[in-house]
Design a protein around this ligand. Structure first.
Ligand SMILES: [Fe+2]
Length: 259
């Protein structure tokens, strides 16, 4: 809380809520409501759902994806590098990678982490007037086969996949995107690197290097640029871009042969 307030952001303390104790709540400089807390109520499985593994809170689901844990959240911000800098300086996230457009020095994506994964917080560029939006939430599955099995189950049950399965260049995770019944984008991840380098210096990727789809054999659908809740106007492009630049800025991954 002291580190947050030292940056000029003012929050407030609460006594806690459902499942968590004393908390510090603030709105980040790019409009995202944040809550910091330490004490949590440990999850206890309902009778019949206990795992035979003593360290697991609940037995493995036998349904479709059967994710193991929440992997990351990717939010939207009007300034990707500013967002990364603030969360690095105030909350100690390591900045793991940036993506700049091929056509212009505009940063459209970054990944940050508090641990050995490539990211537990992502950020995409958002030039809408609506601050604090989310782009997707992602769950972890143990193996790529789990991800492919989920794709199979979704196809068999009439649920469209939005993008993937494929592999990100940034972070090297296998990915699959789809929408939940509310319309929110959900991702499944597996694989990826483990990075313990304390003074890691972020590479800046270009879409043409396969930042998003390292196989570079499938154009990203335009729907992937939507964040939530919806906003008016250009939401994935930089205001003031020249007309000839706007098509590329709207979806920099839309060209065949890019990733
Ligand atoms: Fe993601």
């Amino acid at each position: 809380a002291q580190r947050v307030e030292a940056t000029g952001v003012q929050g407030s303390w609460t006594a806690g809520g459902h499942g968590y104790g004393k908390a510090y709540e603030f709105t980040g400089p790019y409009g995202h409501p944040m809550r910091l807390f330490f004490d949590v109520e440990k999850f206890v499985a309902e009778p019949g759902f206990e795992s035979t593994y003593p360290d697991r809170p609940e037995r493995r689901s036998s349904h479709a994806a059967a994710p193991r844990f929440l992997d990351h959240v990717t939010v939207a911000s009007s300034d990707v590098r500013g967002f990364a800098k603030w969360y690095n300086e105030a909350l100690g996230f390591r900045v793991m990678a940036f993506v700049d457009l091929d056509e212009a020095p505009i940063t459209v994506f970054s990944v940050l982490t508090t641990n050995e994964k490539s990211h537990d917080l992502g950020v995409v560029l958002d030039t809408s007037s609506r601050a604090g939006r989310v782009n997707h939430i992602a769950f972890w599955v143990d193996a790529t086969e789990d991800l492919l099995r989920t794709a199979d189950v979704m196809m068999e049950n009439g649920t469209a996949m939005e993008y993937g399965p494929s592999i990100h260049g940034v972070g090297e995770q296998n990915f699959l995107y789809f929408r939940d019944p509310s319309g929110l984008r959900v991702e499944l991840n597996s694989g990826g690197y483990r990075n313990y380098v304390p003074d890691w210096e972020a590479n800046t990727w270009k879409p043409s290097e396969g930042s998003n789809n390292f196989y570079k054999n499938g154009a990203m659908p335009h729907s992937m640029t939507e964040s939530f809740p919806p906003a008016e106007g250009f939401t994935a492009t930089e205001e003031g871009a020249s007309p000839e630049m706007k098509e590329a800025l709207l979806n920099p991954y839309a060209k065949q042969g890019r990733g």
